[in-house]
Design a protein around this ligand. Structure first.
Ligand SMILES: Nc1nc2c(ncn2[C@@H]2O[C@H](COP(=O)(O)OP(=O)(O)O)[C@@H](O)[C@H]2O)c(=O)[nH]1
Ligand SMILES: [Mg+2]
Length: 335
């Protein structure tokens, strides 16, 4: 019939040439290895509203599991830190009544006085540390320390990815911009995500969005969390919730009551109480889930600028994600 038989049928693609066959086997083996690595690789996606702390967690991954920054990169951060100082100073000056000569010393004293009103102007909380260190930062020999890099704020406008090999497992971590205008880029990295780390800042309960002055930031974070958790793209993805900026939350509770904020007027816990405040917001986030539930081990209160804290948080997160991945793929019981 019209069908010619081939001596190669089922044989190696290299035919009878042993050299070609050998090369082809090697390529197959390499492809197999790549496929296996791809399957073993854990893809982590950081999501959350703007300024919640995603990029700071991304930076901590590098400090804890990656390589040190180059001098050139640190020089770039030096410029960012100084520019952050100018921004925070400009914003706070709007709150200061000026009736004396301005000096660096005057500015730093006056700034501290108006600090508690900063929520009115969307000032980045961590930049108080820059004001406290203004002499060091203004000096000619200034070279940003690790903590300066963590506190430096650069708005993320592109999806960025870094790879880490931790205890023999490959991790890919993606960081994205959080402002409303940036969120349409998120969908590009939704494919085969193993875990989403959703970051929300606890301290935002009394602040409004930079991009929509009437929207409370915590309300926005809750809505965003609701849409992520109930998104079909993440039906088979572990979702971790990081309630970040607990250091600022604790400080703010001393003078800014949760129940004074309209969306959270139902807060009935004691004033100025850190634990009650955290539990209250955990319940708010849990209420966002429609079909699923989130166990407490998937929720972490953290301070992204604190490397010791993040080392602990990221380490336990790794274990939880890998265990959850095994459970999802059927290697572990549903337990
Ligand atoms: N004090 C304090 N500052 C934080 C914390 N997390 C982030 N920040 C600061 O908040 C600002 C915004 O953080 P960033 O990671 O850029 O937010 P992103 O927009 O979600 O990427 C930066 O200046 C960070 O240094 C935290 O837990 N505590
Ligand atoms: Mg960012």
């Amino acid at each position: 019939m019209g069908c010619s038989s081939s001596t190669d049928a089922g044989g190696p693609p290299g035919g009878n040439d042993p050299a070609l066959g050998g090369r082809s086997n090697k390529i197959d083996a390499e492809l197999d290895q790549k496929r296996q690595e791809e399957e073993l690789k854990i893809k982590l996606l950081l999501l959350g509203a703007g300024e919640s702390g995603k990029s700071t967690i991304f930076k901590q991954m590098r400090i804890i599991y990656g390589s040190p920054r180059t001098d050139e990169n640190l020089r770039m951060y030096g410029v960012v830190v100084r520019s952050n100082c100018i921004t925070v100073t400009r914003k706070l000056l709007q709150l200061i009544r000026m009736n004396t000569t301005i000096s660096i010393h005057f500015i730093s004293v006056a700034m501290k006085e108006v600090w508690q009103k900063r929520a009115l102007l969307n000032v980045i909380d961590g930049h108080k540390d820059f004001l406290d260190e203004i002499d060091r930062i203004a000096s000619k020999t200034f070279r940003p320390a690790q903590q300066d890099v963590l506190l430096a704020r650069v708005k993320t406008t592109q999806v960025v990815m870094e790879r880490y090999r931790i205890d023999g497992i490959d991790f890919e971590m993606y960081d994205v911009g959080g402002q409303r205008s940036e969120r349409r880029k998120w969908i590009d990295c939704f494919d085969s995500v193993d875990a989403v780390i959703f970051v929300a800042a606890l301290s935002e309960y009394d602040q409004n969005l930079a991009e929509s002055k009437k929207t409370n930031r915590m309300v926005e974070a809750l809505e965003l969390f609701r849409s992520i958790c109930n998104n079909r793209a993440f039906a088979n993805t572990s979702v971790m919730l990081f309630l970040n900026k607990k250091d600022i939350f604790e400080e703010k509770l001393q003078y800014s009551d949760i129940a004074d904020q309209k969306p959270f007027a139902d807060y009935a816990g004691p004033q100025n109480n850190f634990n009650s405040g955290v539990l209250y917001f955990i319940e708010k986030f849990k209420d966002c889930l429609i079909n699923d539930e989130i166990t407490d081990s998937f929720i972490q209160a953290c301070t992204a600028t604190d490397t010791n804290n993040m080392e602990f948080v990221l380490d336990s997160t790794r274990t939880i994600i890998m265990t959850d991945n095994l459970r999802r793929s059927g290697f572990l019981g549903a337990g």
